[in-house]
Unconditional design. Structure first.
Length: 194
C-alpha cells in the first residue's frame, strides 16, 4: 500500500514538474505578462516590396513594456522595422523623384530628395485621405492594457520582401521587448482584414 502511494505521489510530482517546465519554457523567453493574439498580414502582389504585420499585444504585467524590434527569416524579408501610420493634412510631395509600390490594397509612395527618403505616404479609400508612415524606435505596451497593431496605426513592417506573400501562408515573426523577453508568433497571410 505504501509502495502504491509512493508511486502515485511520484507520478503526480513528475506531472507537476513537467507542467512547470512547460510554463517556464514559455516565460524563459522573458516575455512574462505579455501575450500576442490575432497576428496577420495582407497577401501581396508580385510587385510589392513591403508588407505590414498586425496583431494585439496584451500586457497583463504591473509595469509598462515596449516592443523594441522584430525579425523574420531572411527568406521572407531583408529588413524589419516598427512603424506608425498617422493621418496627415495637405502633405506636399515636393519636386523629387517618386516611386510607387503596391502593398496589399493600398499604394505606397516614397519620394526621394537627394540621398534621403521622406516618410511613406499612402492614399486610402475613395476620398484619398493621406496617411504618413514613420519608423519608430519602439511601440509602447502600457501595463494592464492591450495594444492594437492595426491598419492606420502601429505595425511591424517587412521591408524588401523576397517573394509575394500568399493567402494561407504563415509568416513567423520574432518580437523583442524592452523587458528583455522575446516571443515568436505566426502571422496568417490574408486577402482581407479579419
Amino acid at each position: 500500500m505504501n509502495r502504491r502511494m509512493l508511486t502515485l505521489s511520484t507520478a503526480v510530482t513528475m506531472a507537476m514538474l513537467a507542467a512547470a517546465c512547460g510554463s517556464s519554457s514559455k516565460s524563459s523567453s522573458g516575455a512574462s505578462g505579455l501575450s500576442v493574439k490575432g497576428a496577420w498580414t495582407f497577401s501581396t502582389p508580385s510587385v510589392a516590396t513591403k508588407a505590414a504585420v498586425y496583431m494585439q499585444i496584451e500586457n497583463s504585467a504591473n509595469s509598462d513594456d515596449a516592443l523594441t524590434s522584430a525579425s523574420v527569416s531572411p527568406s521572407v524579408a531583408k529588413t524589419v522595422e516598427l512603424h506608425e501610420t498617422k493621418a496627415t493634412s495637405g502633405t506636399t510631395m515636393g519636386g523629387g523623384m517618386s516611386s510607387t509600390t503596391a502593398m496589399g490594397s493600398d499604394m505606397t509612395s516614397t519620394t526621394m530628395m537627394g540621398s534621403s527618403a521622406t516618410p511613406t505616404t499612402m492614399a486610402s479609400g475613395p476620398s484619398l485621405d493621406l496617411e504618413e508612415m514613420n519608423k519608430v524606435d519602439s511601440i509602447p505596451l502600457p501595463a494592464g492594457k492591450t495594444t492594437m497593431l492595426e491598419p492606420g496605426g502601429y505595425h511591424v513592417m517587412l521591408m524588401d520582401i523576397v517573394k509575394p506573400l500568399q493567402q494561407g501562408q504563415k509568416v513567423s515573426v520574432t518580437l523583442v521587448f524592452r523587458s528583455g523577453g522575446t516571443t515568436t508568433i505566426d502571422a496568417e497571410v490574408r486577402d482581407s482584414a479579419p
